[in-house]
Design a protein around this ligand. Structure first.
Ligand SMILES: Nc1ncnc2c1ncn2[C@@H]1O[C@H](COP(=O)(O)OP(=O)(O)OP(=O)(O)O)[C@@H](O)[C@H]1O
Length: 865
């Protein structure tokens, strides 16, 4: 254990008085030149342990002026971040942009004006309170329902457009789902019209099979789309006598629709996602699902194995979050899906040519697209999607609500079927009313900054709903437990207090805390033990018995005791949870109006429309800028306000420039003091001034310390002392909780290692910013409330690597060197040797070579070796 990072460092004397226990500066791997070196350390107290005596001649209780300077090691040896010297903090002027909402509905417009079916318009207004369209809806809906053609269109239908493939590109929360769903429903409604005196046999039926497939990369998104379709489908069927009053369809001004009635019972929505019972899905597909929401893997499975799944007449294939669906992992599945759909369509067309019925009524042929239309939909348009447009789409037309590229005329390039200039810089756009702040915080302070930030949000908005994005499932599990279970000392049950008197003498909160910690005789006792866990669970489906206590099902959420918001609930959502639990969490977090935090991976980054999310926190930066756009897009939806925070290490601040290059401009960049120090909470400018002054006087203070002089900036230091003590106290609570709870300690180590692995997965163009060698692993351990030096973790990791190697060998042997399962094996060259990583080694969205990070220098000694 490297003790330099392991505990509270209490500073009672100038360095001139320091003895052997004085800290040596860490190796320069952390933060380079900017690393701040402490000069006042004399006594090290390991959290939860006994103060280790140093050679300091100073007593540990009150007395000299310097004795009240208690600086936690949290605040020493951190790399500097001086806001005023960073040119990229000149962010856009808030007052210029934040007032205008770029993804809101358009005043003075209406869905009726878009030529949508009047019943549908009435239903939207009366039941769903959707009256005015957004910009992207105004642009794309008229074309997709076949009312308008596109200038220069050579491939549109005779009905004036609507049949070409479509790309819908607009900001997050701008209503893209309704943009493609409303035209589909409108055309299905039209296809449902039959002459009022017609025979039942001539009515459209479910036998026609699936006419629209909506493909999404994530199950929750498929579920959400399915729910939306269901809501839209609840259009009341007009009474027959009303429809047959001689005027035909109510509200229709179309001559051809006179004496027609709507028979829409055959339009049935369905959902097919992995993790559900396949047999029941098969049964539903056999009966006929007209609009199917699904995920790629399960769709391909049914296309290959469910004979009764009819897709011969498919008219719409919507790829929601198209860029994600085209990424590695989905690309192959998607290609296979397209191949099968093409084969089936060709076979059906040939059969129809031989006079075999395709179960399409004449009205269907008239109202639906003449052939399958592919609709690609996303807030981001990277190059791989342009490539897809070039290769697979039918003369596509692009509808976009924002400028996405610097290259003028991209729209026409896509319309013409070209992939565009691959050298063009892809530009993204985030809602203009979204407040985006980057918080630069040293690795050691990441945890306390996160928790204090959450507390600050709850203070400002007591019923806030917060999403915290992490890079991997293990980190989600860990922080969910930590924030959900740890509690402050005041909330703790009284302990044995044999020697209480001593602790009351010292008024310093940190010392008091340390004294309390050293009193613990049995570390497994206390308020954090396992048995307590069940008692604070809010929702548990199982009745607890003695025997099954160990296996007790996890609750859906935990009531946090650490967040100073009495009723704050902590949730978690990631791809390794059972599907039932995922659905439960998604639904509960969606509908809750209580203050809540959802710890999640990128599984929640795209498409999810979680109502009233106040704020997004990116604790781990995303691995691509497009992911940043989607993550922050979970708030500030449809013209509402929202805030997004991203924590960056001082060594990562260049990422802000990279964001700017891609069109994403944070509205503020601040250091962690802005969060931790309450006096700065609402005034970032004063922070800069204060910070600047502080850094400038740093040398002088060091000098004073060496000379044993009284510091002139003492008052300012006292102010800092308060919030620094508070932060240290918070850190200690977490560290103690981890130490006392074996289960959490294991989770913490797992989370640490998975996070390091995930760090290695940043795309190559970002790797110079997010390079593991720039991260001080000892400092980073603090962010996981771990006091163990990484060397201990490395030992664990070595075992892990060996185990994985053995497993890989087994897999390679048994499969004759081939890849396994759905995932791809990644071959990495290491030290001249090839090492195969199985896809199963990799946490969700957290691919990386386990061995990479252990090669990073961890200490001077290690570096030398
Ligand atoms: N015209 C409208 N009027 C009122 N509400 C609308 C309108 N259009 C969409 N909505 C609602 O706005 C919310 C956001 O819509 P949606 O999820 O389709 O956004 P999106 O553009 O697909 O976002 P993302 O890119 O994050 O997937 C939904 O709750 C939807 O029902």
């Amino acid at each position: 254990m490297a003790d330099n990072d392991d505990g509270l460092v209490l500073n009672f004397a100038p360095q001139s008085q320091m003895g052997m226990a004085a800290k040596q500066p860490d190796s320069d791997i952390n933060g380079g030149d900017g690393a701040k070196r402490t000069t006042k350390t004399t006594t090290t107290v390991k959290n939860g342990g006994t103060p280790s005596s140093s050679s300091s001649s100073q007593p540990t209780g009150g007395g000299s002026k310097h004795q009240k300077h208690v600086i936690s090691s949290l605040f020493t040896r951190n790399p500097e971040f001086l806001e005023s010297t960073q040119e990229y903090i000149k962010t856009k002027d808030k007052s210029d942009s934040l007032g205008v909402s770029s993804n809101a509905v358009i005043d003075g417009s209406s869905f009726g004006g878009l030529q949508l079916d009047p019943d549908l318009v009435a239903h939207l207004a009366n039941k769903l309170e959707i009256v005015k369209p957004t910009s992207i809806q105004t642009q794309a809906i008229p074309y997709m329902i076949g009312c308008t053609s596109v200038a220069g269109n050579s491939g549109g239908s005779s009905s004036g457009g609507g049949d070409r493939d479509v790309f819908i590109q607009a900001e997050t929360g701008s209503g893209k789902t309704l943009t493609y769903l409303l035209p589909i429903l409108h055309r299905l409604m039209k296809a449902s019209m039959v002459p009022s005196d017609s025979d039942r046999e001539t009515w459209p039926s479910r036998d026609v099979g699936s006419l629209a497939i909506i493909l999404t990369p994530i199950r929750e998104l498929a579920q959400q789309t399915y729910d939306t379709i269901q809501k839209l489908m609840h259009i009341p069927q007009p009474k027959q006598e009303d429809q047959e009053d001689g005027e035909g369809k109510i509200g229709s001004s179309n001559e051809g629709e006179k004496n027609m009635v709507v028979r829409k019972h055959w339009v049935v929505p369905g959902l097919v996602i992995g993790g559900d019972k396949k047999q029941s899905e098969k049964a539903r597909l056999r009966k006929g699902i007209t609009i199917l929401a699904c995920t790629p893997g399960r769709l391909l499975d049914h296309l290959q194995s469910t004979q009764s799944f009819v897709v011969d007449n498919l008219r719409w294939l919507v790829l929601d979050e198209a860029d994600r669906l085209m990424e590695l992992g989905f690309e192959k599945t998607l290609k296979s899906i397209l191949q099968i759909l093409d084969q089936k369509a060709a076979a059906a067309a040939a059969a129809a040519g031989k006079n075999k019925s395709m179960k399409m009524t004449p009205r269907m042929r008239e109202c639906l697209p003449k052939k399958r239309q592919i609709v690609l939909c996303s807030a981001t348009l990277p190059d791989n999607v342009k490539k897809l447009a070039d290769e697979s789409l039918n003369n596509p037309v692009l509808f976009k609500a924002v400028v996405t590229t610097e290259t003028p005329g991209l729209e026409s390039q896509i319309e013409g079927g070209g992939a565009g200039d691959s050298s063009a810089v892809t530009k993204y756009s985030t809602p203009s009313q979204l407040e985006q702040t980057c918080i630069v915080t040293p690795a050691k302070l990441r945890l306390v900054t996160l928790v204090t930030l959450i507390k600050n949000v709850f203070t400002k908005t007591p019923d806030a709903k917060i999403l915290v994005f992490l890079s991997n499932c293990d980190a989600v599990d860990y922080y969910y437990h930590l924030i959900g279970m740890a509690q402050s000392l005041e909330n703790e049950a009284p302990q044995d207090d044999d020697d209480d008197d001593e602790s009351d003498v010292d008024e310093n909160p940190v010392t008091k805390l340390v004294n309390q910690l050293t009193k613990k005789k049995n570390p497994t006792k206390g308020s954090f033990d396992k048995s307590k866990r069940s008692s604070i669970a809010t929702t548990s489906t199982k009745t607890k018995t003695k025997n099954d206590e160990e296996e007790e099902e996890d609750p859906v959420c935990l009531p946090s005791k650490i967040l100073e918001s009495e009723s704050a609930k902590v949730y978690r959502l990631h791809g390794s949870l059972p599907q039932k639990r995922r659905t439960e969490v998604f639904r509960q977090f969606s509908k809750t109006n209580e203050p809540s935090i959802l710890f999640t991976t990128d599984v929640s980054a795209r498409g999810l429309d979680l109502p009233n999310v106040t704020c997004i926190v990116q604790f781990d930066p995303p691995t691509e800028v497009s992911d940043y756009v989607h993550r922050v897009g979970r708030t500030a939806r449809l013209g509402r306000v929202g805030a997004a925070y991203m924590l960056l290490l001082p060594s990562e601040t260049e990422y802000i420039r990279l964001l700017k290059d891609k069109g994403v401009e944070p509205t503020g960049v601040v250091s962690m003091e802005h969060v931790l120090d309450p006096s700065h909470n609402n005034d970032s400018s004063s922070l800069s001034a204060k910070k600047k002054k502080k850094v400038l006087s740093n040398r002088q203070k060091k000098k004073n310390a060496w000379l044993g002089n009284v510091d002139e900036n003492e008052n300012e230091d006292d102010e800092d002392q308060v919030w620094q003590n508070k932060a240290a106290e918070l850190q200690t609570i977490f560290e103690r909780y981890v130490i006392q709870n074996k289960e959490t300690s294991t989770l913490a180590k797992k989370a640490f290692m998975s996070s390091i692995r995930a760090y290695a997965t940043h795309i190559s163009s970002e790797r110079h910013i997010f390079h593991i060698k720039k991260v001080h692993l000892g400092h980073l351990a603090k962010a996981f409330a771990l006091r163990e030096a990484p060397s201990q973790l490395v030992a664990t990791n070595k075992k892990y690597v060996q185990k994985q190697k053995a497993m890989n060998k087994k897999t390679t042997d048994s499969k004759g060197g081939g890849g396994g399962g759905n995932g791809k094996n990644v071959t990495k060259k290491q030290g001249g040797k090839k090492r195969v990583m199985r896809a199963s080694d990799i946490s969700e969205f957290a691919v990386g070579n386990v061995a990479d990070w252990s090669n990073a220098p961890r200490s001077k000694k290690h570096k030398k070796n």
